[in-house]
Design a protein around this ligand. Sequence first.
Ligand SMILES: [Zn+2]
Length: 267
Amino acid sequence: MTVTTKTNPGAFQSFPKTTLRKILSKTYARLRQGDVPAVINGLVADSSNWLIQSQKKPRYYCNLCERQLPYFVHLSNRLRIKWHSVCPNCNSRPRHRGLKVLYQAVLQDLDKPEVIHFAPEPVFYPLFRHLEKSYQTTDYILEDVDFPKEDIQALSFATESFDMALCNHVIEHVPEDDKAIAEVARILKKQGLAIFTIPGNWRRNKTITFKDLSFNGHFRDYGMDVVNLLSRSFSSVEIKDLADYNHDYQFPLGILEKTNLAFICRK
Ligand SMILES: [Zn+2]
């Protein structure tokens, strides 16, 4: 099977509405796996989705598909519920809606930067279209990228090749995250910028490393100590809570405080 960016979150797919039948069959499947936390979180999130999806009055804004929406779809897994998460129209997550504003602000200060985007999300492509061949994509698994089969722990790119690296929800899937971060820093030019988003619990300091690879292919659930890890490879690490961008529009982007942080790292 070909794995493409179209299967990535944020790929302009619409998100189907839920039904009571779907809720029951998901609950049954989770029960059969004995996954009680996933059952509880799933029932709370999905029944809330079922209740809100008939609403019509606009309450949120998706700045990627530029629509006012009555709701974003809640997601859940065994670790947490992600409230107001997925745009039902374009499949963007809160981090994508926040990052659009951040990327635009950063791009304003750069003259024709060379950009490398790891595990690229198609919702961002319009932002970089003006850069033409200076914007390039790469991934280890996805095949429809400029540089496929690149292992972020040992990249084939020359040292000091890029001005900007974008890397969302990647390093939690990598066995040696310290190597990956060092590699991203290596391929950046002096003063180059890497912007990471990483899933974690930002009210907790310590990163939890799983004994076995988790259900969603994560090696860890990060805590704020990830800043120390980033600081080993970068001269400065600025933390931006993407929830701040909710206020840039008439309706909020559905980003809850301290759930989606961007780490802006300067080489
Ligand atoms: Zn959208």
